[in-house]
Design a protein around this ligand. Sequence first.
Ligand code: ADP
Ligand code: ZN
Ligand code: ZN
Length: 729
Amino acid sequence: MIARVVPLTKTRAITGLYDYLLAPELVDRGVGVGSLLRVRFAGRTLSAVIAELAERSELPAQRLAVASELLDARLPAELVGLAVWLADEYCSTPARALEVLLAPGALRGVRERRLLIASLTAAGAEMATGTLSLSPPLGPRQREALAVLAAGPRPTAELGTPLLRRLEARGLVSLERAAVPRQLPRFEVSSTASAPLPLTAEQQDALSEIRHALAHEPAGKAPLLLHGVTGSGKTEVYLQAAEAVLRAGRNVLVLVPEIALTPQALARFTARFGEIVAVMHSGMSDGRRYEEWSRLASGAARICVGARSAVFAPLSDIGLIVVDEEHESSYKHEGDPRYDARTVAAHRALEHGALLVYGSATPRPETVFGARRLLLTNRVDGGLMPAVEILDMRGLHNPLHPQARLALADCRREGGKAIVLLNRRGWSNFLSCGSCGRTWMCPHCEVALVLHRAGGYMACHHCGHRERVPDRCPDCGSVSLSRHGAGTERLEHELEQALGDEHFPIMRLDADAAGIDARARILERFQAAASGVLVGTQMVAKGHDFRDVGLGVVVDADQTLRFPDFRAEERTFALITQLAGRTGRGGQVPSAGGRVLVQTQDPTARAIRLAAGHDSETFVRGELRRRKALGYPPFATLVRIVCAAADAEDARLAADALAQHVATLAPPPTVAVLGPAPLFALRGRARCQLVLKSADRGAVVAASRAAVDALGASGRHRRVRLSVDVDPQ
Ligand code: ADP
Ligand code: ZN
Ligand code: ZN
């Protein structure tokens, strides 16, 4: 038997399958597609995944190496196919694709936690019930241990291993290593949450449509989009749809953007479905992830709730895939392959004949275009949407508008809660010398260093470089250094000075809060506080279900608009709408529905105006019109190729060569090439990018792959690192 394998190596040049002769004992052990082998490859021993089995090889028998070492881990065959598809779709290699979707820890040998477990032997059981006497007699601690074990086996660590070893020597106890599941994380689950809630009329309509699609539409059903305002109860609809699918004997995959920051969604699933829910996210240890992976692969768990990479969960027979908050950019993976979990979800739905349901209050135009929409127009609690006011910042220098300061002071007086969003962390954006004008830049990237005052350092937000804050200018010696702009750290400080006290705490949430746990704790503190302010970056606007926030402030709504990107407006719209979504829930806030203030230098900007009017419909229609006119997704596919090299000339030459290849492989009008254009340097590498645009997705992806491969094969651009991004964000 011949195994066609993917050797797990990062080398870009290795893209094909390699044949090995399977040792007969491996055939007897039932190897198959998805089995992991250790093989000799190019002079090294590597892990490899079987992608195909064949009777014979094209290679002469004497040139075939024998594979005789089998690893325990095994991927479901479907996932091997998915990896091959992923590599193709995102211009990567099967090995890299397999690496992102392999069971975490499978290759590092992480296994279930195994403990030494003690149990009574027959003699031990007689001894425990007092029907046996021994000489010399047992000591009191030994008798106690037998009594405990009479109730059932226990890990030895609980009773003392040396003690149990002595009992083992006397034939009363047997000790064995056994797998013990790690503790499942505890979530706060209210006892009332576990029964399905009676649905509102809108929720009921949406659920009926979903059930109808599940029952009557053919395999690979057209996707649905649950477009519901914030607080309209989308999760309850997913829960009841999931229940229907589970009853029908099929399995469910639920993707959420960031579990650790929005634990409520997960808590609702575990409360409703208990043990059959498996969780997957990046904050978990490899061991835990491997256990959850195994529970899914074995069928012990039937719902997977997880973040981006959970789209590769080893579920069989998926009937429903939910992508919640589908507008979130965290669904896009920034490593190689640069996959988009939403696209992968659509592919898997097709393969499994599953129904795909997207949900969002601010769906992306491409999703509105490609899916049938189900609308939820009201908040479940009957609450109003918050009133959104636009504050004109032109000519003002303080980061907060006088009206925003007044509103925050009112909030404090009334004992309310507020969220202040500023999508920029640190103290100030940059530092400059008042005498000679020197600015402090990152030595590795062409960007300014951001001042972090509490830590006493300046940091590059792109590569992580840090240096101490200078007290004088190294060029001219002047000590008059000025700080420009405000970030969350400075805003927190100013609010603390103006308003903060023990009854009105000011809390900050941004990426400076190291680790997912620290962030979750800040959110819990804010949730639990009777009143106070949460200041932070876009993290504060994620799907949190805060009960009693009366005021929201967007400090610099133009910040996202300034990005030179065709999604800039969409991001701005989503940010304002999502912040408004955290405001005025629970119906107990001072002004029903709450109040949101949006500070901007450009009060007439379309995204800001429409977000203030809660007019997601007009916004999306307008975006689609604009994208059609300009030939952007969903009316075209974009591929971005970045060439990076120590030397700017090397990067540019490679980009030129790529542009030429593409122009020959797929001449216009099939594929339009924009650029090459220089980008700012990053991590000590000059960069140059090409953007390819085409109405023919297959053609542009194939041309990109062929051009990149040709460049690799030519060997003339070895100093250049290429990265290909299909559907860049
Ligand atoms: P969305 O995801 O649309 O923003 P959520 O699913 O977070 O909304 O729901 C908002 C709140 O309403 C949650 O606390 C949820 O438990 C509650 N809820 C949802 N549906 C119902 C219902 N039919 N009856 C009562 N409460 C509901
Ligand atoms: Zn100077
Ligand atoms: Zn840097």
